[in-house]
Ligand binder design. Structure first.
Ligand code: N01
Length: 884
C-alpha cells in the first residue's frame, strides 16, 4: 500500500461550499443518521456533508473499516481485484492510492479506509464503539428517533443503514457450541492481537470463503489441523501477485473511462461478456476458455466461461467438472479429493472462493479432512469435538461458519416504521424492497446495498457508490422541491420484488442451499436475496425511476404531496435482453421488405436458434388440401410415453404470409414433449400468393383429414384438438367455428397462443405495445394488407371474434402483456366465456407476442409453456396406454 502525498490533500477538510439546505443546529437533531463506518457509511457521510446536511455515523467498532475492521483472520483478502475494489468518486483519491497486490490483504484494505476517513476528515462525525439499538419513526414530527447502546437518543430526518451485507455473524448452531474450554475464534470477529496456533491441535468448522482463505495459513502453524467440512465448495486459485499489468495500463491511460465502464458493466468490473454457449461449443473451445479463466484467477472470469452456465445445467456442469478435475489433480489422496469435490450444487450458485493452495493443504501429513455428511458432529465438548465414531481433542476451535447475510444486520436493529410495524415483522417471510434501497412503511429510510440490489453479486464498491449517489441525489431533489418525506408505494415495491424474483428464476441460483437464499440460517425464509439482473441494468432502473419523477415513490411536504405510481420493470428480464440483442442487429423492419426478403430473413434467424427438445419421432408428410397437397410434420411424444396419443393439429404463426414447418419447429417439439400429445404441424397456403380465405380453408381441411386418419397417425380417434400461434391461432379458431357449422369433426379443445381474432386494431394493447416488441402495429397492417381485402376483414373466417361463438370446444387462450394482440386474446376469451364455452385464459406476464415461442432462448417462457401444455392435456380425458 502506498498513499501518495497530494497537493490537494488538505481539500479533504470539506469546505461546505455546496450547501443546499441549512444544517440543523439543535443538539441531538440531525438531518441524517448513518449506521456503519465501512465503505458505504464513509462515502455516505461524505456525500451528506457535500449536501450541507448534518449527519452522524454510528459504528460498534472502535475504528472505521466495517467488514475489514472485523474480519482479521489469517489470509483475509478481498475476492475482487483491488484495482477495482476502491472508491472512484474522486479521481484525485483514486490516483493517490496504489495497491500492493492483485488481491490486497485485510490490513491493507483497512489502511485504505483509514486513509480515506482521514483524507476527508470524516472521523469527527463518527461515533465509534456505539451501536444503534432502535430507530422509530415519529409520525407527528416526520423524523426518526434513534437510540444507541450508550443510552443516547437523537432525532434525525433520514435514517440510512450502511450496515453491510455480511456483517452479522451467524450464531453457532452446533450442539455444545459454548462448551469448549480451549481457545475459540470466529473468523468474523478475529482478535486484534491475532492468534498463534504454533504446535496446537486446531479444528476449523466451515469451508466457505473465510475457511478456505484461513485454512492454508493456520496449517502452517498448527501441529495438527482438522477441517470439518459440511459442504465442499468450488474454489479456484487466486494467482495473487502484483496487480494485473493490463488493468494497470488501462487505468493509467484512461482512468475515468475505465471507471465509467465498470459502472455500466454487468458485475462492476469492465469485463468482455461472451456469447459462446457451453452446450454448443467444441471440446477444444471449452477447454481453452476454461483454462484461460482458471489462469486469470478472477471470479467473474470463471463465472463467465460460457454465456449459458448460469442457467443451463448442462453448460454449468462442463465448468463444474473441469474444476473437479483440477481438485483431483491437486489432492494426492483420491478419497480426500472426492470429498473436497462439490457435487450438490451448480457452480456459482453458492459463492465460489478464491484460494491460495487450499486444496494442496490437504496433502500435508498433519492436515485432515472430516466429512460431516458421513461423520456429523454430535456435540462440541469441553475438550473438543465428538462425532458418532470418533472424538477429536483439540486446543483451539475456529468457527468459519458464515453470516446471517443481507438481512441480518438490517433487522438486527429494532427499526419501527409507520403504525408500529417493525422491519423484522414486515420481513418475516423474506425482505421486500423497492430497488433494494427503500421499503414501504419506512419513510426516509434507506439501505445501502440492501436485499433486492446487486450488492453481493457485484463489485461492492461500485454498487455502494451507485447507491450512495442515488440517495444523495434523491435527498437533493427532495430539498429542491420542498419535500420532507419519501416512501415507496406498495405497487412499486411489489413490482420490484417480482422483477427481482423473475431475474433469479431464470438462473440456477435459487436451486442451491446458499446464503444468497438465506438457506444457511436455520428458520430463515428461503428467498433469493440479491438482484441478479446486473449492475448496468440495475443502475438504468434506478436512473429511470428518478427520471420519471421518482416513479413509485410518494413524497410529501408542506407544499403538498407527489406520487407518480407505477412499476419500473414489468418485462421478463430475458425477454428484455433478447429485444436488446435484436435491436443491436439493426435489422430492417419486416414490413419494409418485399415478401420474399421477409421470408428469407425469418428463415435466416431460425437457423441460429436452439433446436428445441428431443421428441420420440418426427415425420414429414403431405395431406390433400383444397388446392393441392399440404405438407405436414408430425411430432410423436418421447418413446417413454406409449401410444396411441391424442392429436393436436397445429398452425404456425407469421401473419398468414411468413412461416413454414421449420419456423415453429422448436415450439412444436416443446408442446409435444410437454403435453404427451402428437402434434401435426400443417403448412397451409400463404398470402399474398393465396389470399383470404385460403389459409382458413386449408386449416379446416387439415383438421378433417387428421380426424379421419387419426389411427393411421398413431392417434386416438376422437381425441383431437387444434392449436396455433398468432395468425396460426386465427385459423385454428376459425377451423373450430367451421367444424361446428359443418357438424364435425368433434374437437376436444382449441389452444390459441397470442391469437389474431379481429381486424380492429384500435384496442388499447395496440396503443401500448404497437411499437418496439417485434410484432408492431405497422407489421400487423402489412399482414392484413397481404392477406385480406378490407371488405373481407369483418368476415368471421378472418375475424373469428365477430362469428357466432356458441357450441365451440373448450379454449385455452394465451395473452402476453407486451403484445399488440393482448386485448384481442382477452376479448375472445371473454366472448367465448359469455357464450358458455369453458375458457382457460393464461396471462403471460412480462412476455411479448413472440417470446413464448423462443424455446431455450427465453427461459422465462418455459413455466408458461408448461402451463399451456397442462391446459392442452386437460382437453383430453385421461388416457390409459393400451395393454400390449
Ligand atoms: O461463510 P459461508 P464465509 N456445521 O457461509 C459451514 C464473503 N467473504 O464466512 O455450506 C457445519 O460461505 C458452511 O457449510 P454449508 C463471501 O462473499 C469474502 O466463509 O452451510 N458447518 C460453510 O462451509 C463469502 O461467500 C471473502 O453446508 C457449518 C461455512 O460454514 C461470504 O463472505 C472472504 C455449520 C460457512 O461459509 C461468507 O463466507 C470471506 C454447521 N452448523 C468471506 N454452519 C473475500 O474474499 C455453517 N457451516 C472478500
Amino acid at each position: 500500500m502506498r498513499a501518495l502525498a497530494s497537493p490537494d490533500s488538505k481539500r479533504c477538510l470539506m469546505p461546505r461550499e455546496r450547501l443546499l439546505v441549512k444544517s440543523a443546529t439543535v443538539p441531538g437533531r440531525l438531518d441524517a443518521v448513518v449506521v456503519g463506518a465501512g465503505f458505504s457509511g464513509l462515502y455516505m457521510l461524505h456525500k451528506l456533508r457535500e449536501l450541507g446536511l448534518s449527519a452522524k455515523v454510528f459504528d460498534s467498532a472502535s475504528d472505521v473499516g466495517g467488514t475489514w475492521y472485523w474480519n482479521r483472520y489469517p489470509g483475509a483478502r478481498c475476492d475482487i481485484p483491488t484495482t477495482d475494489y476502491a472508491y472512484s468518486f474522486d479521481p484525485e483519491l483514486d490516483k493517490e492510492w496504489t495497491w500492493s497486490e492483485k488481491y490486497a490483504t485485510q490490513p491493507e484494505i483497512l489502511d485504505y479506509l483509514r486513509f480515506v476517513a482521514d483524507r476527508y476528515g470524516l472521523r469527527s462525525d463518527i461515533e465509534f464503539s456505539t451501536s444503534v439499538t432502535s430507530a422509530r419513526w415519529d409520525e407527528q414530527e416526520n423524523r426518526w428517533r434513534i437510540t444507541t447502546d450508550r443510552g443516547n437518543e437523537v432525532s434525525s430526518r433520514y435514517y440510512i443503514m450502511a450496515s453491510g451485507c455480511l456483517s452479522m455473524p451467524k450464531p453457532p448452531d452446533i450442539e455444545g457450541a459454548g462448551r469448549f474450554a480451549g481457545q475459540v475464534y470466529f473468523t468474523s470477529r478475529w482478535p486484534h492481537e491475532g492468534a498463534d496456533f504454533t504446535g496446537q491441535r486446531v479444528a476449523v468448522i466451515g469451508t466457505g470463503s473465510s475457511g478456505i482463505q484461513a485454512i492454508p495459513l493456520i496449517a502452517r502453524q498448527a501441529g495438527e489441523l482438522t477441517v470439518f467440512q459440511r459442504t465442499p465448495n468450488f474454489s479456484i486459485p487466486a494467482h495473487n501477485g502484483p496487480a494485473p499489468a493490463d488493468r494497470l495500463k488501462q487505468l493509467a491511460e484512461d482512468r475515468e473511462g475505465y471507471r465509467h465502464a465498470a459502472r455500466w458493466s454487468r458485475g462492476g468490473i469492465p469485463t468482455e461478456l461472451t456469447d459462446i454457449l457451453g452446450i454448443a461449443a467444441s471440446d477444444e473451445v471449452r477447454r481453452q476458455r476454461f483454462e484461460a479463466a482458471w489462469e486469470q484467477g478472477e471470479l467473474f472470469a470463471i463465472l463467465g466461461v460460457f454465456a449459458d452456465q448460469g442457467f443451463n445445467p448442462a453448460s454449468n456442469d462442463i465448468v463444474a467438472e473441469m474444476i473437479r478435475e483440477k481438485i483431483r489433480s491437486a489432492v494426492s489422496d483420491p478419497e480426500t479429493a472426492e470429498t473436497l469435490s462439490p457435487k450438490d450444487h451448480y457452480f456459482g450458485t453458492k459463492r465460489p472462493c478464491l484460494d491460495t493452495s487450499y486444496f494442496e493443504t490437504f496433502n500435508l501429513p498433519h492436515v485432515r479432512l472430516v466429512d460431516l455428511r458421513r461423520q456429523p458432529i454430535t456435540s462440541i465438548t469441553e475438550d473438543g469435538i465428538d462425532t458418532p465414531d470418533e472424538s477429536f481433542d483439540i486446543d483451539a476451535l475456529v468457527f468459519a461458519t458464515g453470516f446471517d447475510a443481507m438481512t441480518g444486520a438490517l433487522v438486527g436493529v429494532d427499526v419501527v416504521g409507520r403504525d408500529g410495524l417493525s422491519l423484522k415483522e414486515k420481513w418475516a417471510a423474506g425482505p421486500s424492497t423497492y430497488l433494494g434501497l427503500t421499503t414501504v412503511g419506512f419513510p426516509n429510510f434507506f439501505m445501502i446495498t440492501g436485499p433486492g440490489s446487486p450488492s453481493v453479486l457485484s463489485n461492492m464498491t461500485v454498487s455502494i457508490e451507485q447507491h450512495v449517489e442515488w440517495i444523495a441525489d434523491c435527498l437533493k431533489d427532495m430539498s429542491t422541491e420542498g419535500f420532507e418525506t419519501v416512501e415507496p408505494t406498495e405497487l412499486a415495491e411489489s413490482g420490484w420484488d417480482q422483477h427481482v424474483r423473475d431475474c433469479g428464476a431464470i438462473t440456477l441460483y435459487p436451486t442451491a442451499n446458499s446464503w444468497y437464499m438465506g438457506a444457511n440460517v436455520p428458520g430463515k425464509p428461503r428467498v433469493f436475496l440479491p438482484y441478479i439482473g446486473g449492475v448496468d441494468a440495475y443502475r438504468r432502473a434506478c436512473d429511470d425511476v428518478a427520471a420519471q419523477g421518482y416513479l413509485g415513490f410518494r413524497m410529501t411536504g408542506p407544499r403538498g404531496d407527489r406520487c407518480q405510481d407505477g412499476v419500473i420493470r414489468r418485462m421478463q428480464p430475458d425477454v428484455a435482453m433478447v429485444l436488446d440483442m435484436i435491436a443491436q442487429l439493426g435489422l430492417p423492419p419486416l414490413d419494409a421488405l418485399p415478401v420474399a426478403d421477409a421470408r428469407a430473413m425469418m428463415a435466416a434467424v431460425a437457423t441460429a436458434r436452439p433446436p428445441g427438445p428431443e421428441v420420440g419421432e418426427v415425420i414429414d408428410g403431405v395431406m390433400p388440401g383444397p388446392d393441392g397437397d399440404l405438407p405436414y410434420r408430425l411430432y410423436r411424444p418421447p418413446s417413454s410415453a406409449e401410444g396411441p396419443h391424442p392429436i393436436v393439429v397445429y398452425f404456425h404463426g407469421g401473419g398468414w404470409v411468413l412461416g413454414d414447418l421449420d419456423s415453429d419447429d422448436p415450439l412444436c417439439r416443446d408442446l409435444c414433449a410437454r403435453s404427451g400429445a402428437i402434434v401435426v404441424s400443417v403448412n397451409y397456403r400463404h398470402a399474398p400468393e393465396a389470399r383470404f380465405p385460403a389459409a382458413a380453408q386449408d386449416a379446416f381441411t387439415a383438421v378433417q383429414w387428421v380426424d379421419a386418419n387419426a389411427a393411421m397417425l398413431g392417434g386416438i380417434p376422437g381425441q383431437l384438438a387444434v392449436a396455433g400461434w398468432s395468425a396460426g391461432a386465427n385459423i385454428a379458431a376459425v377451423a373450430c367455428q367451421l367444424a361446428r357449422d359443418a357438424g364435425g369433426p368433434r374437437l376436444s379443445g382449441q389452444l390459441l397462443l397470442t391469437p389474431v381474432v379481429d381486424s380492429d386494431m384500435t384496442r388499447l394493447s395496440y396503443t401500448e405495445n404497437g411499437d418496439g416488441y417485434i410484432l408492431t402495429t405497422a407489421l400487423m397492417r402489412w399482414f392484413w394488407d397481404h392477406y385480406a381485402n378490407p371488405a373481407d376483414r369483418g368476415d368471421p373466417r378472418a375475424a373469428p371474434l365477430r362469428g357466432h361463438l356458441e357450441g365451440l370446444p373448450p379454449a385455452c387462450i394465451v395473452a402476453a402483456d407486451f403484445d399488440p394482440l393482448r386485448d384481442d386474446g382477452i376479448a375472445y376469451a371473454s366472448a367465448l366465456g359469455a357464450s358458455g364455452t369453458p375458457v382457460h385464459l393464461i396471462r403471460a406476464r412480462g412476455h411479448t407476442h413472440t417470446s413464448l415461442t423462443m424455446v431455450d432462448v427465453v427461459i422465462s417462457g418455459a413455466p408458461v409453456r408448461a402451463e399451456i401444455a397442462a391446459a392442452l392435456s386437460d382437453f383430453f380425458p385421461a388416457v390409459t396406454a393400451p395393454a400390449r
